[in-house]
Write a protein of this length. Structure first.
Length: 83
């Protein structure tokens, strides 16, 4: 999965809302910063910065999202979702 998203960030840099596939999600928990994967010890990660958070669309069910920032493309994208 590699879908671009729009991400709203708080003053402290944590996600507060996201638009993905034309659906607006409100962040409903405290986001957790994603750490670099262990296999990047010898290789620079393409997207070293990311968040995991729970989001819910209006009238919908919560989902868990992993989003990462691609520095090369200068955009956020959904790396993984959990239902």
């Amino acid at each position: 999965m590699n879908d671009s998203v729009w991400l709203a960030l708080s003053d402290t840099g944590q996600p507060t809302a996201m638009t993905w596939r034309d659906v607006e999600y409100q962040v409903t928990d405290t986001p957790t910063r994603l750490e670099e994967d262990w296999f990047f010890v010898t290789h620079e990660p393409p997207c070293p910065f990311g968040w995991r958070f729970q989001g819910r669309p209006l009238g919908g069910e919560n989902q868990i999202f992993d989003v990462r920032f691609d520095q090369r493309l200068e955009r956020w994208f959904v790396a993984r979702t959990y239902a």
